[in-house]
Design a binder for this molecule. Structure first.
Ligand code: ZN
Length: 158
């Protein structure tokens, strides 16, 4: 167990662009382990490396579906479809949620912990997590794309 401290929105590190991972070595695997431990301890569904102060393009996600723990290294979104409007929170802003429109179906291309490229498509919450966590790698937060005009009816339709 190696839980790390999650930094908060006020920390300017979250506004920086993360660096591409070049080496798929023990150091990366220890980072992945720490990130998963930290995410599960905080009961989140996703965590990006900058949230523990590491500016590397690494994401972990677990939305409690058949995929289990997903590790994304150098991820990029290659296809989006549809739209969902719903509440979204962030482990770097405990106790708050905002309404955010996201694509309903998202395909990512990423490397695994050994550097092998793969593609994965997610719908609903997983699609939302892909967008949210990959935004973190570019210094973007959900409050940047929050939609204050979403009405309660939209929430029910999402
Ligand atoms: Zn977040």
């Amino acid at each position: 167990m190696a839980k790390k401290e999650i930094i908060l929105f006020e920390n300017e590190t979250l506004r920086k662009v993360s660096h591409k991972v070049e080496k798929f070595n023990l150091r990366l695997w220890l980072l992945l382990r720490d990130m998963a431990d930290t995410m599960y301890e905080a009961e989140g569904v996703g965590l990006a490396a900058p949230q523990i102060g590491i500016l590397r393009r690494v994401v972990v996600i677990d939305v409690d579906d058949e995929n289990g723990l997903i590790e994304l290294i150098n991820p990029e979104i290659i296809h989006v479809e549809g739209e969902q409007a719903g509440p979204e929170g962030c482990l770097s802003k405990p106790g708050r949620q905002g309404f955010v429109r996201r694509p309903n179906k998202v395909t990512v291309r990423a490397q695994d912990r050994h550097g092998k490229w793969f593609e994965l498509t997610g719908e609903g919450l997983l699609a939302r997590a892909f967008c949210h966590e990959i935004d973190h790698l570019d210094g973007k937060l959900y409050i940047d794309v929050e939609d204050h005009e979403i009405l309660p009816e939209d929430e029910e339709e999402a």
